[in-house]
Design a protein around this ligand. Structure first.
Ligand code: GUN
Ligand code: FE
Length: 416
């Protein structure tokens, strides 16, 4: 048992951010037991770590990130999706056939995530099983909750980054089999997106989902080009989501739809029916995608939402920066398309990045009793001449903080 003292801020719901000045969090076996204004009598003598006027908040969840693209962050940001993928991203991803390279990047990627307060993530690897498995093993060893996918690409991809359908399915099965019993970092089926997948691979992946009881992540209606190309490639499907639904890919585990910018009513219906998450990646959508998710509208329609960094479509690995950007983009969306849109508030975006996105991993993303103590401690962002509240400190941190403002990091109660 241990007590942590400081200002405490977390989301209770999309509308309500809880802020406690100078409270105590009691943690037992890595799980939060309670939050108290003062030390309860039966906890006299329990060790206390005092963070003064710093702010304790939940660690972040990144529901869409490409680990192999880490070396590309902040580069080629003047391209649009198709050229960005073909000219820059695919040549980089081909390099993960080399384990020496993969180890260096994946170690640095995981370290940078943790330093930035992300402790749960849905991650794309590459088509390479060994390199992707290495990343998943490192995450499992750290106790980092994740879904990690070996990517499937068996058409419309350059020769150096394209599998045969048989190879793609065989390697995916070997990958699922190797890691099916993992505790924290689990495998997930990861077709890159409809344009680079044959009908055969999608159907085969559906059978693997059933056999291994795993979920699926992919890019869904992320750009006008992708949304129309998906339906050219799969003429029998009425929408992007249906390509995966009819293959049985949405029935056996979590469903993660990255971007979800141009959904039809049918896309929305299918995602909701399977309890899936639509992941907004604000930086990526202005860098390489060109479209803004209808955040408030989708929420009002009952879709689960989360945030993602989408490294390296996005250039910031810290999910906190995406909280700020989601608020900014909701205003732009509303300004240019007032019909059916509205600006979202800070509380709503923070909830997506913590408690709501965290749901996919279990009891993480809040500081309420029963949640794992996955948390970070951030500097009080006050000026001496104009003090701000703990909640305002968190907002300011999301707008212009960086990892040097994070004083301490906890994963399941363990200080990292
Ligand atoms: N669509 C297909 N591949 C990718 C990718 O690597 N990043 C993003 N943002 N979109 C994609
Ligand atoms: Fe992506």
């Amino acid at each position: 048992m241990k007590l942590y003292r400081g200002n405490i801020v977390y989301s209770q719901s999309r509308e309500r951010l809880v802020s406690i000045e100078g409270g105590y969090i009691a943690v037992e076996n890595g799980v939060i037991e309670g939050i108290y204004d003062r030390i309860p009598q039966n906890y006299e003598g329990v060790p206390v770590e005092d963070f003064g006027d710093s702010v304790i908040i939940p660690a972040f969840s990144d529901l869409h990130v490409h680990a192999p693209q880490y070396p590309q962050r902040g580069l080629a940001m003047d391209q649009l999706l198709y050229d960005w993928l073909n000219k820059y991203t695919f040549p980089l991803e081909a390099k993960y056939a080399d384990m020496e390279f993969a180890r260096q990047v994946y170690d640095a990627f995981l370290q940078d995530m943790i330093e930035n307060g992300t402790m749960h993530a849905c991650v794309f690897g590459t088509i390479h099983r060994t390199a992707t498995g290495y990343l998943l093993e490192r995450m499992e060893d750290t106790g980092f909750r994740a879904f990690v996918g070996k990517v499937n690409m068996d058409k419309a991809s350059p020769d150096y980054l394209c599998e045969t359908t048989e190879e793609s399915l065989r390697e995916t099965e070997a990958y699922l089999d190797a890691y099916k019993d993992n505790r924290y970092a689990k495998p997930m089926i990861t077709p890159r997106f409809a344009p680079t997948c044959t009908d055969g691979v999608i159907r085969g992946l559906g059978e693997l989902a059933k056999k291994y009881h795993v979920g699926m992540q992919t890019h869904i209606v992320e750009s006008k080009w992708e949304a129309s190309q998906a339906l050219i490639d799969f003429p029998d499907a009425s929408c992007d989501m249906e390509i995966y639904e009819r293959a049985g890919l949405l029935d056996y585990g979590p469903v993660v739809a990255a971007h979800f910018i141009f959904p039809s009513d049918e896309d929305i219906r299918i995602l909701k029916e399977h309890g899936g998450f639509a992941v907004q990646c604000p930086d990526a959508t202005v860098n390489v995608i060109a479209g803004i998710m209808q955040n408030a509208t989708l929420n009002d329609k009952g879709v689960n939402l989360a945030l993602g960094s989408d490294i390296a479509g996005g250039h910031n690995i810290g999910v906190y920066s995406q909280v700020a950007r989601a608020v900014q983009l909701s205003k732009l969306k509303w300004f240019y398309e007032p019909e059916g849109n509205r600006p979202i508030r800070f509380e709503e975006a923070f909830y997506m990045a913590t408690k709501q996105g965290g749901q996919i991993f279990g009891k993480v993303g809040s500081l309420e009793p029963g949640y794992e103590f996955d948390a970070i401690v951030i500097d009080n962002m006050s000026d001496s001449f104009a003090p701000v509240t703990p909640a305002e400190s968190v907002e300011r941190f999301c707008y212009y903080g960086n990892k040097s403002n994070i004083r301490a990091r906890f994963l399941k109660g363990k200080r990292l």
